[in-house]
Design a protein around this ligand. Structure first.
Ligand code: ZN
Ligand code: ZN
Length: 474
């Protein structure tokens, strides 16, 4: 509650972030989450959007020091939301058992909502076109960053401590990666002379690994197969009391959420006891061939395994099922991002610790590349927001020290300009989970077993690791 008050009174996101006004996501939820019969959900939708125009007009009045980046984002995302109110919705309405009056009212409201969205987008576009408009800087500075860090992550350390920790972890992973890449060199480059710069050597070996990838048409199938293999693996290794009735679907990502990342996971909403979690994967066959190739090199055969662990099994999708079983609506509604992301990152390492993929050095090298990404997420988030890192500083760091592709770097800089602290949640969360596992192991001594740790840890729902730690170590 303190966090919510801080967001309104101090951070004032409602004044600086025009993308916080968007009816698309919540309406999409009503339409796609099968928590009640379609007719009932359409009635809810109809009530929900009846004041859409007032809503957007109020937004226009409240927004008074937006950043350029959030304004652009708001334009793109609100335009994207028009899809939600398109022809598929008209079909649903026709197929529902709403009476004729209800159908007509809903259609009118949809038309009004669509034009309210378009007017709002026009309003924002005029602002963008006005060269004299004074946008705010997207960098929030140390004071606000420190406060947001405390509220968003719910952790005991400071941003400065996390930054230092991430920086030294980066150096550690470089050493690990060099040892692996050095051993793999001959396999991929025969007797070619090794580069003298260790980071260049790592990059050269990673480049060879990226050539090994699925074809655009087969990514969803490959991911589906991986999820099933992972299910079998966690049962065979006795890592979880895995409930095989968990409903997890791998599917092509719905169009309106596409374009942000190759894949994501959709949680079962807080008020639903049961439901399906989705592991959404972008349809690469619809992308221009060169873009698809670049994505596939990044999400090559090795990387796709970690993506499926992270988003699907036993990462986000499985945690979502435990989250729903935990029975606390509060913990679901106010789910802690660092716990959720930390868990998914933890699972990547967990699978490798237990011999996933027969301990292939290529997989370890790829895992460490993912680790580097999480460290650099912290470095660039704090660096950009508090230390004034330029786009060029970020480019050099991500290109030379974490081996990322140009397109990814660009996307990451953009993301760091429309979010703050969120990029710290991965590294912070996994560090806290690993520290807790160690402490729990020490506490239980010979009666410790990993399945028991997992079942206990997940039983508290998506609560901050800090509080789970308190109860688990009591
Ligand atoms: Zn290729
Ligand atoms: Zn994630």
């Amino acid at each position: 509650m303190q966090s919510a008050i801080w967001y309104i009174d101090t951070f004032k996101s409602q004044q600086r972030d025009p993308s916080s006004y968007n009816l698309g996501g919540e309406c999409y939820y009503l339409l796609t989450q099968n928590y009640a019969p379609l007719t009932q959900r359409l009635q809810t939708l109809s009530n929900h959007i009846q004041h859409a125009n007032d809503f957007y007009l109020a937004a226009e009045k409240i927004i008074n020091h937006p950043t350029k980046e959030y304004t652009q984002l708001a334009i793109a995302q609100n335009n994207g939301s028009l899809d939600v109110f398109g022809s598929a919705l008209s079909d649903s309405i026709n197929n529902s058992s709403l009476n004729q009056i209800e159908k007509d009212t809903l259609q009118q409201r949809i038309t009004a909502t669509t034009s309210a969205i378009k007017n709002y987008v026009d309003f924002l576009q005029k602002m963008m076109a006005d060269t004299t408009y004074a946008f705010s800087d997207f960098r929030i500075g140390k004071t606000l960053f420190g406060q947001k860090f405390k509220y968003d992550l719910v952790t005991d350390i400071t941003p400065e401590q996390l930054f230092a920790k991430a920086d030294s972890a980066k150096n550690y992973y470089h050493q690990q990666m060099f040892a692996i890449a050095n051993n793999l060199w001959q396999k991929y480059y025969d007797n070619m002379e090794k580069p003298t710069d260790s980071l260049v050597l790592i990059k050269d070996v990673l480049d060879k690994l990226s050539l090994n990838h699925a074809s655009p048409q087969h990514v969803v199938d490959t991911a589906t197969k991986l999820v099933h293999d992972l299910e079998r693996f966690i049962i065979a290794k006795n890592l979880f009391n895995y409930d095989t009735t968990t409903s997890l679907k791998v599917r092509t990502m719905p169009a309106f959420m596409a374009g942000v990342s190759l894949a994501n996971a959709e949680f079962i909403p807080p008020y639903q006891k049961t439901g399906t979690t989705y592991y959404n994967v972008t349809d690469l066959s619809k992308m221009p061939a060169a873009d698809a190739e670049s994505e596939l090199r990044e999400y090559n055969t090795y990387s796709l395994q970690f993506l499926s662990i992270h988003e699907g099994m036993p990462g986000h999708c499985m945690q979502s099922a435990y989250n729903n079983k935990s029975g606390s609506i509060i913990k679901s509604v106010f789910g802690n991002g660092a716990m959720i992301e930390g868990w998914a990152v933890y699972c990547e390492q967990l699978m490798m610790e237990n011999g996933w993929g027969n301990n292939a050095p290529e997989l370890w090298l790829t895992l460490y590349k993912w680790r580097l990404r999480e460290c650099s997420n912290v470095l660039i988030d704090y660096g950009i927001q508090c230390l004034n890192y330029s786009e060029d500083d970020v480019y050099k760091l991500l290109k030379n020290q974490t081996f990322q592709e140009d397109a990814q770097i660009k996307e990451k800089f953009h993301r760091a300009s429309v979010s703050q602290v969120q990029l710290c949640s991965y590294f912070n969360g996994v560090s806290d989970i690993l520290a807790l596992r160690e402490a729990y192991k020490n506490k239980l001594g010979s009666s410790y077993n990993i399945k028991d740790f997992h079942e206990k840890f997940l039983s508290y729902g998506s609560a901050p690791v800090k509080y789970i730690r308190e109860v688990m170590l009591k």
